[in-house]
Design a protein around this ligand. Structure first.
Ligand code: FUB
Length: 327
């Protein structure tokens, strides 16, 4: 056989190579497009992060951070409501830092809310301070009762962000907060004050931010996000305790929630129990699909389950929430 590369053979080889590249490129594009279609959908239209979910009455509510700017520079908070966890309605702006506060103008981040004595208490980060606002309705408008932060910037080690409020069965309310360090303090009966000299550090190993606390079958669970929110490895871990004040013992094994495939940076979550049922959902953000990053994140909901020992089973980020009715 004659293996000499004649001009004709070289031209033919070039054509074959070109066709191969074209086919592979088209197949890759088709694969990518089908992965995007299969990826779990956001439940809130737009880019929203740090979702805090609660049930008030017969509705679910999500309180998120508004995303879409480098450095998370948003200056307002919205509220979303749903009767089934699938369809969500934007209830509009509930707190506008520039209009409603005298002490902060931007970086409106990571809120949490609780209801007590017929009022709604909304905790949020603003310019790296933690504030509290009050309303008669879950959809606001919320008013600043203090005219200053509840926990000012620099009060403790780490950033004064990411508040989480947990109200126990006896009505005692606890505030958990902080980036870099996880702090905890009991709130006073009025829900808008606390003794800063009583703040306790409960930072679990691996903790970065976004604490969330809940109680199931008498056990307290502290859950939080590890890594930086701009890191695709961002994920959620947990620890348990017999008391809302700790000490919390970190669970061994896989994280509760982490990205997979196209789903990256899954974290800063909250949890909701369907009233009257042992049925739980995790609400979290991940990088927008497609083309997202740590400043363009979307909110998703997946089922979350426990085993017979009360251990949280790793969440499948590709399992999407189906319609759930509150009875
Ligand atoms: O959304 C702004 C910040 O990003 C939050 O405060 C952090 O928890 C991280 O999600």
């Amino acid at each position: 056989m004659d293996f000499l590369l004649t001009d004709k053979r070289i031209t033919m080889f070039k054509w074959w190579f070109f066709i191969l590249l074209l086919t592979t490129g088209t197949m890759l594009h088709a694969q990518q497009a089908s992965d995007i279609l299969k990826a779990p959908k956001t439940v809130l239209a737009g880019v929203y992060a740090d979702p805090h979910i609660v049930v008030f009455g017969n509705k679910f509510y999500i309180y998120p951070t508004t995303d879409g700017s480098e450095g998370w520079m948003s200056d307002y908070f919205t509220c979303w409501s749903s009767k089934d966890l699938v369809k969500w309605k934007n209830e509009g702006t509930i707190l506008n830092l520039k209009k409603d506060l005298t002490w902060a103008t931007e970086r409106a981040w990571a809120p949490a809310i609780a209801q007590k004595n017929g009022k709604y208490y909304y905790y949020y980060s603003a310019d790296v301070n933690i504030g509290v606002a009050v309303s008669d309705q879950p959809t606001g408008p919320f008013k600043d009762p203090l005219g200053k932060p509840l926990i000012p910037k620099g009060s403790f080690k780490g950033q004064m962000i990411d508040p989480m409020v947990f109200v126990d069965d006896d009505g005692s309310a606890y505030l958990y907060f902080g980036q870099g360090n996880c702090n905890m303090v009991k709130l006073n009966e009025d829900m808008i004050s606390c003794d800063l000299s009583k703040v306790v550090v409960i930072t679990p190993q691996g903790y970065n931010e976004g604490p969330f606390v809940f109680k199931r079958k008498g056990k307290y669970y502290l859950t939080w996000s590890e890594y930086d929110t701009r890191d695709p490895r961002y994920s959620v871990a947990y620890a348990t305790s017999d008391s809302p004040m700790g000490p919390f013992v970190k669970a061994v094994g896989d994280p509760v929630l982490k990205g997979k495939g196209l789903v990256q940076g899954a974290g800063h979550h909250s949890l909701v129990q369907v009233p009257g049922r042992d049925e739980w959902y995790i609400v979290y953000h991940r990088f927008r699909i497609p083309d997202g990053n740590g400043y363009n994140r979307e909110t998703c909901i997946s089922p979350m389950r426990f085993d017979d020992h009360g251990d949280i089973q790793p969440v499948d980020v590709f399992e999407q929430v189906k319609s759930v009715k509150i009875k």
